[in-house]
Design a protein around this ligand. Structure first.
Ligand code: AMP
Length: 286
C-alpha cells in the first residue's frame, strides 16, 4: 500500500501526538491506544481490531523500551519490522502511529521511575529485575502523553496487565484498561515477536508449554494441590525439551498472590527458555 492510499499518519514526538489527538477530541471522537514494541503479528492486530470496535479513533504506539530490558537481555536483537508494521496498520485502517525514539521518551536529565510494588514481585519480576519498573514507567508516560479513553493490552503478558491496572488505579489515570485473551497458533503456541528466535526443532517443542499449562489448570480446577501440580509441570517441561523453567505457578488472577482458597479466579503462569527464546504463557483456571 502506498502512503498516500492510506489515512495512517506517523508522529514521532509528544507535541505532534497531542496536536493530532486534540483534533480528534474536538470532534468528539473517542480514542483507544494500543501500546506495542512493534514486530506486529496477529495477536497485536487482534488488540487493534478490538480497539477499533471500542473507540472512534485508534492510535498504535511502537516503542522498543530500553528500560524494560535487563543488561543481558535481547534489546539489540529484538525483532524490528517497521515497514511491515506500517503496512499492517494501514491495511487495518488505523489512523495514527506513534513512534517516539528513546530521546523523546527519556530526554536528558530524565530521572523518574514508576514502581508498582507488590504485583511486580514474584513470577517474571524475580527473573527480570527492574523489568516492571521499566514497563510501568513507559506505560504511564504513554498514557499521559495520549490520555486515551481506552488502552488495550494482551493477557499474554498477564503480570504486566495486572501491574498496569494497578498503576492506573493508584495514580488516578482516567483511562479504561482493557485486557484481551491470548491469540495462539493452531497448535496452541502463543503468538509472540520472540517466536522468531526459535529454530525448527525448538518450534516443534514450544507448543508443549500451553498444553502443560492447560493440563495444570484443568487438574487444579478438579481439586489437585496447586504447588505440587506446578512442580510436576516444571519437570515435564524440562523433559519435553525446554532448556530452563523459570517458574510454573498458580496465582490469584487479580492480585497475583499465592492461592489460598478454591473458588477465587486463578491463573496458571509460566516462563521458560528454549534456545535463544524466553517464552511466557498463562491460562485461566476455569
Ligand atoms: P509487545 O509488542 O510484545 O510488547 O506486545 C504489545 C501488546 O500486545 C501487549 O499488550 C501484549 O500483551 C500484546 N500481545 C502480545 N502477544 C499477544 C498475543 N499472542 N495475543 C494477544 N495479545 C498479545
Amino acid at each position: 500500500m502506498s502512503e498516500s492510499a492510506s489515512s495512517l499518519s506517523v508522529v514521532r514526538d509528544v507535541d505532534s501526538l497531542r496536536r493530532r489527538l486534540k483534533d480528534w477530541r474536538s470532534a468528539n471522537q473517542t480514542i483507544a491506544l494500543v501500546p506495542t514494541m512493534g514486530a506486529l503479528h496477529t495477536g497485536h492486530m487482534a488488540l487493534v481490531e478490538h480497539a477499533k470496535a471500542l473507540a472512534d479513533e485508534v492510535v498504535v504506539s511502537i516503542f522498543v523500551n530500553p528500560t524494560q530490558f535487563g543488561p543481558d537481555e535481547d534489546l539489540a536483537a529484538y525483532p524490528r519490522s517497521d515497514s511491515e508494521d506500517w503496512e499492517l496498520l494501514a491495511a487495518a485502517d488505523v489512523g495514527l502511529l506513534y513512534m517516539p525514539d528513546a530521546s523523546v521518551m527519556y530526554p536528558e536529565h530524565f530521572q523518574t521511575d514508576v514502581k508498582v510494588i507488590k504485583v511486580s514481585q514474584g513470577l517474571c519480576g524475580d527473573h527480570r529485575p527492574g523489568h516492571f519498573d521499566g514497563v510501568a514507567t513507559v506505560v504511564t508516560k504513554l498514557l499521559l502523553q495520549a490520555l486515551p479513553d481506552y488502552a488495550v493490552f494482551g493477557e499474554k503478558d498477564y503480570q504486566q496487565l495486572v501491574v498496569i491496572k494497578r498503576l492506573v488505579a493508584d495514580l488516578d489515570i482516567p483511562v479504561d484498561i482493557v485486557g484481551l485473551p491470548t491469540v495462539r497458533e493452531l497448535d496452541g503456541l502463543a503468538l509472540s515477536s520472540r517466536n522468531a528466535y526459535l529454530s525448527e526443532p525448538e518450534r516443534a517443542i514450544a507448543p508443549a508449554l500451553y498444553k502443560e499449562l492447560s493440563a495444570v489448570a484443568s487438574d487444579i480446577s478438579n481439586g489437585a494441590e496447586s504447588s505440587e501440580r506446578c512442580a510436576q509441570a516444571a519437570e515435564a517441561l524440562l523433559k519435553a525439551g525446554f532448556n530452563t523453567v523459570e517458574y510454573v505457578d498458580a496465582r490469584d488472577a487479580e492480585t497475583l498472590m499465592p492461592l489460598t482458597s478454591h473458588g477465587k479466579p486463578a491463573r496458571v503462569l509460566a516462563a521458560v527458555t528454549l534456545g535463544k527464546a524466553r517464552l511466557i504463557d498463562n491460562v485461566p483456571v476455569l
